[in-house]
Structures are given as C-alpha cells and as structure tokens.
Design a binder for this molecule. Structure first.
Ligand SMILES: [Zn+2]
Ligand SMILES: [Zn+2]
Ligand SMILES: [Zn+2]
Length: 373
C-alpha cells in the first residue's frame, strides 16, 4: 500500500507533495512511542486547564463526518491476506479477523476511535519510572538489559491498555507473551540503530516545534507545523521496515501481519493526533494515509451460531470456516469440529484450536475434548 500514494500535485498549504512509496513494516512499538508523544503533548496542554479534554472532549463527534464507524449491519470492506476470503461478518473490535481462517485481516481505525485506548496512569508511571534505566542501557549499548526493560514496558502496555492491542491478547496467554516479545524486540532494533535514533530525535523536534491555536477547550494544532511530522513518520516507517526485515523481527509477530504494520503505525498516529486537527486537515490525513474506510453490508448467510467455550459469547461460523476469533475474549476457536457439551449444565460450546479441556463458561465444570468430534 503506498501511503501518500493518492496525492496528486499540491496539498492545501501549497507544498508540492511527494509521491512516497512506503513499504509494509513492523512498527507497532514505534507507533506506540508516537502516540505517547501525542499524549504527553496533550497532558502538557491540559496542565493549565484541569478537567478539559484534549482537542475538545467530544472530538470523535466533531469529526463525525470524516470518522464515522460502521453502522449496524455493515462491516469494513477487506480481504484476508492469508486465505483470500472477503470479510462478511460484523466485527466489534478494531482488529478485524478473517471469518474463515481466523487470521488478522485488517485494522479499522474508525472503530478504534470509538474506543478509549488511552493508557492509564499506572502504565504512564511505570514507563516514566523506567526512562532513566532505558536511557542508561541504551547509552551503554546494553541490548540485553534494554530488551528486559522493553519487555516490562510492553508487558504493562498489553495489560493496562488492552483496548490498544488486539483482543487476541485478552485471554490467550501464548499470544500475549509473543506479542510482548515482538514489541520489545522491535524496540531493541530501533533503539540501537543510528538512523532510527536520528529520526526519533527529528520527530521529537517536530513535536516540540508544533504551534497551537484555539482556546484551551478547543486546542488545535497549526497544520503548517503538523505536516512535517508526517514526513518524518514516513521515513521512520521505511527505516523500521528495513530493520525488522533484516533482523527477522517480523517473524515474531504473533499475527504474522507484516503487511499491516504500516497501516497500524499510521492508525496509531491518527488516533493520537486527529483530535487536534481541523476537519479538513483530518480528512486530508486520512486520505493521504489510505485510512478512509469503506463499509459493506454483512453477509451472514448460512452461518452457524455457536458459543465460545472461553467466555460463553456467541460466535458465528460461515460454511467452510476453519478458525474464528471470538470477538468477546479473543480466543481463536476451531469451528471444524462439532460443539462439545458440558456434562454438568448441558451447555454446548466450541473449543479453542488445540485445547483439550476448558472450564465451562457457565458452570465452571471441566469439559474435555476426549472422544468427541
Ligand atoms: Zn482468512
Ligand atoms: Zn470468547
Ligand atoms: Zn456447564
């Protein structure tokens, strides 16, 4: 996907826009860093005005015309990279998984903006507290210690900001551990690369150089000072792509979704910054980054209603589906086998792939796969 590829000629401010091909990358951790920068900026702005929301408390409503999520009965138009199937069933989460193979297929920024993904104070405290150690490990070239610290940071991130990461991390411990390891390793690659470090400093300068307009309650960023940030981010995305490919870190991604990492990075960036943009600039950012959404009617024809053995939530299996990610708890469920029945309460349920027994979500009695299906 060529972010900025849709640009033709000049942007609103009259600058010649470069046709920039941004390769797919693994930059989840970097995106988080950018978002944190945006949040810190917001906190600084709010320091002088207790209780006011950054960018106006109701920024999603203000940008409704450019940021509307799916209506009931619609789903984001996308196709699974792994099996080629189109998305047919609704998704209540921003991370959109394939209805047929359970692979990560897309990220719905518009859905994400309806959810509060701000890290809580606990996470912020931990990250701020670790900064001196992170800095020292980096200065000393101590990758081992830096990696340990990054694991702490992202472990806390996944735990304290569950809405910011895939719902797969909610209940699937293997997925969660893999995700933390992947994010941490991406952080290590970034921290010890000279060009990535230079770009990080450049980004910090560009954030510091932002000019702000409006009253405290309706604080907005001056777009002339905003667009240079996106130029730096484009280069960061390219560099991190190169780093993650060269080091093999892309392979650690539990979703194996390197095709989606550029989009995730830009989505996180938008989640942090859209609230501070005037409507026309917000629209322009979404178009430049290819994050405007198209929604198509859901197609539930022939789907079988099942129950998740992890959370008891309803899931739907389309004919031919193999694995389905539960929207409620994020477990990846095997929908090829018949449902299992709880010997105690009689409830039927679908097991996660590879699980041999589960506690019944209704009565907590152990249910075994043995001899069934
Ligand atoms: Zn698929
Ligand atoms: Zn579930
Ligand atoms: Zn039961």
């Amino acid at each position: 996907m060529g972010l900025f590829g849709k640009d033709k000629g000049k942007d609103k401010d009259g600058h010649a826009t470069q046709r920039r091909r941004v390769a797919v990358v693994s930059v989840g951790a970097m995106a988080e860093q950018l978002r944190t920068a945006a949040l810190q900026q917001a906190q600084q702005l709010q320091a002088g005005a207790a209780g006011s929301g950054g960018g106006g408390a109701d920024w999603v409503r203000r940008l409704r015309s450019v940021l509307s999520g799916p209506d009931a009965g619609y789903v984001k138009r996308c196709t699974c990279t792994f099996c080629g199937a189109p998305k047919k069933l609704p998704s209540t989460n921003a991370y959109v998984y394939c209805d047929y193979c359970g692979s990560l297929a897309d990220y719905d920024l518009h859905r994400a903006c309806e959810t509060d993904t701000m890290p809580g104070p606990e996470y912020t405290r931990l990250v701020n507290g670790l900064q001196p150690e992170l800095k020292a490990a980096r200065a000393a070239g101590d990758t081992t210690h830096y990696r340990e610290l990054q694991r702490q940071v992202f472990g806390a991130y996944v735990t304290n900001c569950p809405m910011a990461v895939s719902h797969r991390a909610k209940a699937d411990e293997d997925y969660r551990n893999d995700l933390v390891a992947y994010l941490a390793e991406s952080g290590v690659q970034r921290a010890f690369d000279p060009e990535a470090t230079r770009l990080e400093q450049e980004m910090a300068q560009r954030v510091a150089a932002l000019r702000w307009t409006g009253s405290v309650m309706t604080r907005q960023v001056d777009t002339g000072s905003f667009w240079p940030m996106t130029e730096t981010l484009s280069r960061q995305v390219e560099v991190h792509d190169m780093l993650n490919r060269r080091s093999g870190v892309s392979e650690l991604d539990p979703d194996k979704a390197d095709f989606l990492q550029s989009k995730l990075a830009w989505s996180m960036f938008c989640q942090g910054w859209l609230r501070y943009l005037p409507e026309d600039a917000a629209q322009q950012l979404l178009e430049r980054t290819g994050l405007t959404n198209e929604y198509v009617p859901i197609q539930p024809e022939g789907s079988q209603d099942r129950r998740c053995s992890g959370c008891g939530g309803e899931i739907h299996a389309l004919p031919g589906a193999k694995e389905v990610v539960c929207d409620g708890c994020g477990r990846k469920l095997d929908v090829t086998a018949a449902e299992l029945t709880c010997g105690n309460c009689g409830a039927t349920m679908t097991f996660p792939s590879g699980a041999s027994h589960m506690a019944c979500p209704y009565c907590k009695v152990d249910v075994e796969r043995v001899g069934i299906g």
